[in-house]
Design a protein around this ligand. Sequence first.
Ligand SMILES: Cc1cc2nc3c(=O)[nH]c(=O)nc-3n(C[C@H](O)[C@H](O)[C@H](O)COP(=O)(O)O)c2cc1C
Length: 192
Amino acid sequence: MLNDLSSPAALAATRRSGKPRDMVAPGPDEAQLRRILTAAMRVPDHGKIAPWRFVVIGAEQREAFAALLERAYRVDKPAPTPREIETLQQFAHQAPVLVAVLSTPNVERPIPLWEQELSAGAACTAMLYAAHAEGFVGGWLTSWAAYSPEVAEGLGHPGARIAGFVFLGTPGKEPEERPRPDFDSIVSRWNG
Ligand SMILES: Cc1cc2nc3c(=O)[nH]c(=O)nc-3n(C[C@H](O)[C@H](O)[C@H](O)COP(=O)(O)O)c2cc1C
């Protein structure tokens, strides 16, 4: 079922993250995922660099992804506990669809690195809104894995930073609303 698209503001006002561990099938099918990823490619991108890459980790690759996480985890912690291994497995297998978003700036170009990295964050956010518009829920997680050079390399992008893992699916339970910032404490008018 599509979410309320009666206005862009309605769409934005109703987006909430889902907990990836609570997500169930169906997730976006190939056509829906293509639309979601295409929307994410339309984010502002100073210099037309496309400083991001999206790596879809399909259902049949989740076991290999779990193995990659375990190898990477063991670099810093050679003897993980069974509980830690279970957490890695759970992370790798949760939610019907998983997309790793990598920040892949081009430092030869005269666009500040910060701007290129912001664009990767924007791509994650755009993915969440597009998924919401398609009737799904999304969750953007990093965890230690996003900071592991071994994981980035294992995903085919050595040297890149991982902006996040975006999980997509159907909420197994209604996502909880959380307190939102107070408008006036965030927004001010500059008086010169
Ligand atoms: C860059 C980034 C990384 C995040 N990583 C995690 C994470 O590893 N674990 C987690 O529970 N939430 C993480 N979050 C928070 C969730 O994505 C989400 O924003 C939060 O649950 C609030 O939900 P909301 O989007 O409905 O406000 C992260 C958010 C951002 C922006």
